[in-house]
Ligand binder design. Structure first.
Ligand code: R1P
Length: 284
């Protein structure tokens, strides 16, 4: 098992103070854009764009489809901050480093976190291009001790033993469901369980079948660290997986999972997701 190294409290504070000094915008909503989903940030009005490398202690994005910038601006009239690019443990970051921006957002005054990702469909009723609202997750790396809250508890952010049975806000999920009806997207919407694996190798056929047995609907390599950290500091969370490819469950399949396919599907559905989030944020 990997050891978790916790981030010093001072680093969060210095990052937040730097950001507060570089923008007048004070959003209460943060959006983490998954693989290939960063175009949402382009649609904000009155943008302030801050590259991650300018912010003290901020990690760097190393994955294609993750630009590595914070974009502040108005989405449907509401102040938001978008992470155009997230961090993953397979990049070599600890869980707490992956979730570093979430605590910084909390210090900025953010209380609602929308987390998006590209995921592989495990549920056989799903299709490529489906939008899945996450109702629960499985922290597979957590089974061997990987958790962003590992290490001394920061009482200023939250309690030592946070509850996770309500990690994904039901009210936000229902609101998002209403938006999909309004936009005529109901036929491509699902609600399910997301499982995080460490990556970067995609799942084997045996692993996919195991996840199916466990009741997993979609699998990916992200989201869980940010959600645990966000719930720890009492944020309301909406999780959205875009099903960018179907997991390979049969040894007869000739398909091969690849990041190009993931990015292509993201591009295909970017407009629908942008419409959904724009509509939703307007209702918040
Ligand atoms: C694999 O194609 C990449 O897509 C997903 C996986 O987690 C992995 O990083 O990206 P996001 O979860 O960041 O959307």
């Amino acid at each position: 098992c990997l050891m978790e190294s916790s981030v010093p409290l001072q680093s969060y504070k210095e990052a937040a103070e730097w950001i507060l000094a570089h923008t007048d915008q004070r959003p209460r909503i943060a959006v983490i854009c998954g693989s290939g989903l960063g175009t949402l940030a382009e649609t904000l009005e009155n943008k302030t764009v801050i590259p991650y490398e300018d912010i003290p202690h901020f990690p760097s994005s190393t994955v294609p489809g993750h630009a590595g910038r914070l974009v502040f601006g108005l989405l449907n009239g509401k102040q938001c901050v978008c992470m155009q690019g997230r961090f993953h443990i397979y990049e070599g970051y600890s869980m707490s480093t992956v979730a570093f921006p979430v605590r910084v957002f909390s210090l900025l005054g953010v209380d609602t976190l929308i987390v998006t990702n590209a995921a592989g469909g495990i549920n056989s009723n799903y299709s490529v291009g489906d939008i899945m609202f996450i109702k629960d997750h499985i922290n597979m790396p957590g089974f061997c001790g990987q958790n962003p809250l590992r290490g001394p508890n920061e009482d200023g952010f939250g309690v030592r033993f946070p509850c996770m049975s309500d990690a994904y806000d039901q009210h936000l999920r229902h609101l998002a469901m209403d938006c999909t009806q309004e936009l005529g997207l109901q036929d491509i919407v699902q609600e399910g369980i997301y499982c995080m694996l460490g990556g970067p190798s995609y799942e084997t056929i045996a692993e996919c079948n195991m996840l199916k047995l466990l009741g997993v609907d979609a699998v990916g390599m992200s989201t869980v660290p940010e959600v645990i950290t966000g719930r720890h500091c009492r944020m309301h969370i909406l999780g959205i997986s875009l099903i960018t490819n179907m997991a390979i469950l049969s040894y007869n399949s000739t398909a091969h999972a690849n990041h190009q396919e993931v990015l292509q599907t993201s591009q295909l559905r970017a407009a629908a997701l942008i419409a959904l989030l724009t509509n939703l944020v307007g209702k918040m």
